[in-house]
Design a protein around this ligand. Sequence first.
Ligand SMILES: Cc1cc2nc3c(=O)[nH]c(=O)nc-3n(C[C@H](O)[C@H](O)[C@H](O)COP(=O)(O)OP(=O)(O)OC[C@H]3O[C@@H](n4cnc5c(N)ncnc54)[C@H](O)[C@@H]3O)c2cc1C
Length: 381
Amino acid sequence: MEYDILIVGAGPSGISTALHLAQLAPQLAARTLVLEKAHHPRPKLCAGGLVIDAEVILQRLGLDVDEVPHADAGVAHFDFEGRGLEVRVPHTHALRMVRRDEFDAWLVQKARERGIAIQEGVTVTGVAPGPDGVKVITDRGEMYARVVVGADGSNGVVRRSILPDSAVHTARLLEVLTPPPEGASGHKAEGAYFEFACIPDGIAGYTWDFPTQLKGRPMQCWGVYDTNLLADRARPPLRDVLAEEMARHGYRLDDYELKGHPIRWFDPFSRFAVPGVLLVGDAAGADAILGEGISIALGYGRLAAQAIQSAFARGDFSFRDYRPRLRRSPLGRALTARTWLAYLYYRLRWRWFQRLLWHRLGGLVVAVAWLFVINWARRSR
Ligand SMILES: Cc1cc2nc3c(=O)[nH]c(=O)nc-3n(C[C@H](O)[C@H](O)[C@H](O)COP(=O)(O)OP(=O)(O)OC[C@H]3O[C@@H](n4cnc5c(N)ncnc54)[C@H](O)[C@@H]3O)c2cc1C
């Protein structure tokens, strides 16, 4: 079977691209193959926090995320030194936590049920766009397609092949899973916590602490996110920052397995396509301010499917308009705002400022977040 569209990576961005193609242009979806190096369910380091935008996109695809095992946080706390802002969403949870092996395997199953071909255990090692199509080099041999979608994550080979000199903006993250707190002082298991106390020390990010589940057993997910925006200054080892936050709640980091992975974040001046090849998800760039990338990956999938549909309709595979369409879209506007907010906010590292912001100006933070950061999916067409 010859395929016109090859999607590299069966994570949320790749599968969302395929599912949106199936929704918007079924004739193109039938000529699409997703290549995935792993076998689902595969491990993916991630806290699995789904924000409202992810749920809106899944609903519009006709998918019921309730089918995936999850833990809900009724309230999200945004704190500085243990005190701050409580965010609730009327009539629903503030954040839903899934395990990514389960969530991604569910998405893959839904795509297969809709007729999408997915080949697992195939590693793409390079792509080479040419005048009549794109050569895709894999560990199983070479393939050719009219369009290739790079959905292969922050360390992806597709971006490296097509844009080898592009600027790199990566955040570093560490994550650990522990049993849930048992009456740890001042700690509510049903809340998701974001703590920004590390900023004055030079970590341009936050520590998190979310309820989650593992095979139905309640667990706690801890982590630390650093945009690297203060990398030019002295800063403590990232591991120590997480260890200190966990110690505040009675946990010893040394007792648990610590894992790390980077996130490429969105640069509005970056390139996201070359003729024949589009980038989506982390390969294109996730949210800079919090490192939130699942809803973003799902959102890119819709834009990529629209761009592919219009390329086939016009017979123009330059994808010259992908970047302006992305930038003008509600997703692109939210990503751009988050990048500028990250540059601004993480440089304001004075303790007095952080206290003022989180302890006194909560209403302002919520208004800015609602306008620029969250709730973009409902505005997407
Ligand atoms: C520690 C951590 C915590 C996070 N927590 C959250 C959170 O709570 N909420 C949130 O919204 N986001 C979170 N994120 C971000 C989120 O995980 C990513 O933004 C999201 O996974 C991006 O999806 P994607 O489909 O673009 O890439 P990925 O999920 O990375 O999927 C890429 C896929 O491509 C495959 N692949 C890679 N290379 C190749 C190749 N050469 N050939 C074939 N296949 C290939 C991979 O196996 C993988 O299946 C977190 C990230 C980290 C690191």
